[in-house]
Design a binder for this molecule. Structure first.
Ligand code: ADP
Ligand code: AIR
Ligand code: ASP
Length: 285
């Protein structure tokens, strides 16, 4: 979706049938997925704009608004490993919804509009900046693999890293000079992304701590609205965050995120469910 062009969306949208409110739920099968079509969806469901590894984007009657369907499909290592995690779509969409709302309430602009069903989110159309912005509070994953820093080393102040969002290239880590060479974002925008990422880290870290979850690291994506302003986009979930059970010290049992799938640790769906339950308990408590 990195090269989504608002005029292309507009072109495809004006041809769509109008929204028709419908109150019965009926199952339909589109090319790749079976969804329960509800009254918020155009009938028939329009051609998808984009299908990625974890989500499908659909146009709406408004070119500035997209519908994002969260799939149960799971991939890792640039889709070399594929599988499915029960209820992942609903869990990731629900968690993202709550976390985007939390961030909005603390002054962080996001693409989130609403969530008309557990696995559907309405978002503002943005032009995705092709960078994966990773914040690390504790060493894990590629940082350990590439630098030899021991797993679990506390990183203070947190590390902010920029990866080039390009599956064909394997999402390489960028240096400041490579960032400038690629011109994917100006120096000024890179500083805005860094500052937003650190603000988001502060808010999420504190929130997850209240759920007895340690926010080890996470990946963010940002986009530009038609007005030019930069907003947080995509999702925040156990697919995109490393979360450790802070009540647990065992290095395998504490893992409550996609690393259970990546490393074949088992009980993957239970871990995602556990994160949702802890978050809901705090929000509803
Ligand atoms: P991937 O493309 O990496 O396989 P997904 O399956 O999650 O990832 O697909 C969602 C796609 O939608 C991503 O490419 C993401 O950058 C893009 N995206 C996320 N939010 C928006 C938005 N508000 N507007 C346009 N594109 C978006
Ligand atoms: N991430 C990176 N690319 C895709 C995702 N989801 C997330 C991981 C982890 C963080 O970014 O889930 O939380 C850092 O990943 P890594 O592999 O660089 O250590
Ligand atoms: N999101 C990437 C993939 O699906 C990388 C990962 O999460 O491991 O392959």
């Amino acid at each position: 979706m990195a090269d989504l062009d608002a005029s292309e969306v507009a072109m495809s949208v004006w041809l769509l049938p109008p929204f028709r409110p419908r109150y019965e739920r009926l199952s339909i099968v589109s090319e790749h997925l079976s969804v329960t079509q509800a009254n918020f969806l155009p009938d028939p469901l329009p051609e998808k704009l984009y299908e990625g590894k974890a989500k499908v984007l659909y146009p709406t009657g408004d070119p500035d608004v997209l519908l994002s369907f969260f799939k149960d499909d799971a991939t890792a290592f640039n889709a070399l490993k594929r599988g499915s995690i029960a209820r992942k779509g609903e869990i990731n969409c629900t968690l993202s919804t709550h976390l985007f709302q939390l961030l909005e309430s603390r002054g962080v602009a996001t693409h989130w509009i609403d969530s008309p069903a557990a696995d559907w989110m309405r978002v503002k159309t943005v032009e995705i900046i092709p960078l994966e912005v990773v914040v690390r509070n504790i060493a894990a994953g590629s940082l350990c693999k590439q630098t030899g820093v021991a797993l679990g080393t506390v990183i203070d102040p947190p590390l902010v890293e920029f990866f080039y969002k390009d599956d064909d290239l394997g999402d390489p880590l960028l240096t400041p000079d490579r960032l400038r060479l690629l011109k994917v974002a100006s120096d000024e925008d890179v500083e805005i992304l860094r500052s937003m990422a650190l603000t988001i880290n502060g808010i999420l870290r504190e929130f997850f701590a209240s759920c007895d979850l340690t926010l080890v690291d996470f990946k963010l994506e940002f986009g530009r609205e038609r007005s030019g302003s930069i907003v947080l986009a995509d999702e925040i979930s156990p697919d995109t965050c490393r979360l450790w059970d802070s009540r647990e010290t065992d290095p395998e049992r504490r893992v409550m995120d996609k690393d259970r799938f990546r490393q074949d640790l088992g009980n993957v769906a239970d871990a995602y469910e556990g994160v949702l339950q802890r978050v809901l308990a705090v929000l509803e408590g």
